[in-house]
Ligand binder design. Structure first.
Ligand SMILES: Cc1ncc(COP(=O)(O)O)c(C=O)c1O
Length: 408
């Protein structure tokens, strides 16, 4: 397109205006991001739900928020109330729930309410890059808390809180993904949950609980949400992105009613898309209990294929953190590999992965780790992609070598 000169804007952008990111070409073997399983999108069910709600409630689309106010569609909040009570131990009325535009908006709202430049927040040493980046962009210093395969270590949290207190620093929140952690896949035990709540109360630091993946646990009974143990000190957010579709952009939050009211006041977007809410509510009200086992079965199968491929291709050259649910596999390449050296060669071989440093409070802690999303690719892509990744890795680092149990 023949456009006039752009210089007028260049002089006007604010200091915080984001730079343009170069568009990423989708890789042939795409293991990045938090996408879902395409074959598990319930297309017929969503089409039926859309037809039903449009015929029943379509005229209400003439009004912002369907004429119901900024907390979101009451039918969706009713469904969420039941789901949170029956699956996460959280009791409360639908009025205690705020529907958000993805749980990312929940993160933005909490940061907007709590963070001033120079503040400190605590997170698991490996955490969701979106939460890390948002807290940093809000001006916070992010302090990592050591984790193991069972989640945040409570001794490490206590030590961090005590150190900060000695330094006169009051952290603004402890952000935690207790159930199927991103990226590690860990599930925090009930005992640790109780202890973390005790520490939050003792040090006067609220907990910011992100439960994006709690409904995707298999083979284990997920312990109750932290919010159910201590609604006075926990802000809880969740999402439909992983249970249904990330393209829908529906999340939710619940918190102390006075805190939630401030979140509602800060949510100045004219409301989360009402048609999406109507459809999701209609579909899940009737099909949550059959959709979730189907989705989990598909994800578990893909994880199995990925684990098998990684064991075959990397042998003892990689340490896998095999999750009990979710969409990610976190793994460490042994032999001091720096995965940042591997990103471009892997991309050249058609493989995109998320490098550990971007998922670590201190990037160096994640230097040998990478995160693979197994939900989006099909089984053939998983097998071929892991093989291509191993070849690229060997070419760059000499790992995985023959001695790692694989016939390279
Ligand atoms: C832990 C965590 N929180 C929040 C989000 C954002 O999800 P949403 O699509 O609901 O905005 C993600 C997405 O991957 C996530 O992993």
């Amino acid at each position: 397109m023949n456009m006039p000169k752009f210089y007028i804007y260049e002089k006007l952008f604010s200091s915080s205006a984001p730079q343009i990111e170069p568009p990423a070409t989708p890789a042939k073997y795409n293991f990045i991001g938090g996408h879902n399983d395409p074959q598990s999108i319930p297309i017929d069910g969503l089409a039926d739900a859309a037809a039903t709600v449009l015929k029943r409630e379509g005229h209400r689309l003439a009004m912002y928020n369907l004429g119901e106010g900024p907390r979101g569609y009451s039918g969706l909040r009713r469904f969420l109330g039941h789901k949170l009570a029956s699956h996460r131990g959280i009791s409360g009325s639908p009025d205690d729930i705020l529907v958000t535009s993805g749980s990312i908006q929940g993160l933005d709202l909490v940061n907007r309410l709590l963070i001033e430049p120079g503040d400190t927040v605590l997170m698991e040493m490996f955490s969701f890059s979106g939460a890390l980046n948002r807290a940093r962009a809000a001006g916070a210093q992010v302090v990592g808390v050591k984790v193991d395969r069972d989640g945040m270590r409570v001794d490490a949290l206590e030590e961090r809180l005590a150190t900060l207190k000695r330094e006169g620093v009051a952290a603004k929140y402890i952000y935690i993904i207790p159930t199927i952690q991103n990226p590690t896949g860990s599930v925090l035990s009930l005992e640790r949950r109780h202890r973390i709540v005790e520490l939050a109360r003792e040090y006067g630091v609220p907990i910011f609980e992100d439960e994006c993946y709690a409904d995707l646990a298999w083979g284990i009974e997920a312990p109750p949400a932290l919010f159910s143990l201590a609604p006075d000190v926990v802000v809880h957010i969740g999402s439909f992105s992983k249970t249904l579709s990330p393209a829908l952009r529906i999340g939710y939050a619940t918190a102390d009613p006075r805190f939630l009211a401030r979140m509602v006041a800060a949510k100045s977007d004219g409301g989360t898309g009402a048609l999406d809410q109507l459809i999701a509510a209609e579909y899940f009200e009737h099909h949550f209990d059959d959709h979730m086992p189907r989705l989990k079965k598909a994800l578990k199968r893909k994880l199995g294929v990925m684990v098998e491929a990684l064991e075959r291709e990397f042998g003892t050259g990689a340490d896998l953190w095999v999750p009990q649910g979710g969409i990610f596999l976190w793994l460490e390449l042994l032999g001091h590999v720096d995965v940042r050296d591997l990103s471009q060669p892997a991309l050249d071989a058609g493989v995109a992965f998320d490098p550990g440093p971007a998922w670590a409070c201190s990037p160096e802690d994640g230097r040998s780790f990478l995160r693979l999303c197994f939900a989006l690719p099909d089984e053939t892509q998983i097998r071929e992609g892991i093989s291509a990744l191993a070849n690229a890795c060997f070419a760059v680092t000499g790992i995985p070598a023959r001695g790692d149990n694989r016939p390279r």
